[in-house]
Design a protein around this ligand. Sequence first.
Ligand code: ZN
Ligand code: ZN
Length: 117
Amino acid sequence: MNDESHDIPASMLCEYFVGHLDQESSQTVDAHLASCAGCRELLRIMSLLSGAPVEEVSPPTGGHPTMEEMVCYYRDKGSLDPQAVRRLDAHLRDCPDCQSEITYLDELESELRRAAQ
Ligand SMILES: [Zn+2]
Ligand SMILES: [Zn+2]
């Protein structure tokens, strides 16, 4: 991941997401989002985390679960079918990359909760 283009800190994106940014800052974020797929993806993850309905959980194409699956797993295991939960349990045991995704979701959620206050 190339972080150099990410001049918008995650905390600012969180405030943008919960609508706590002043107009000028939100315009800066808007402009950045227009050209940054990474931050658009981050916003999508935030809305999933805050309870936006997951349209469909598509089966994973590569070896790793999709972000939708990870968020469902993190948010509410009951929203996944038991087979998928078992697959994710097993995968997460062995995959440090996906373990750190879950940690990341956790941090992002605390950040969102802080921003919403
Ligand atoms: Zn960005
Ligand atoms: Zn993985």
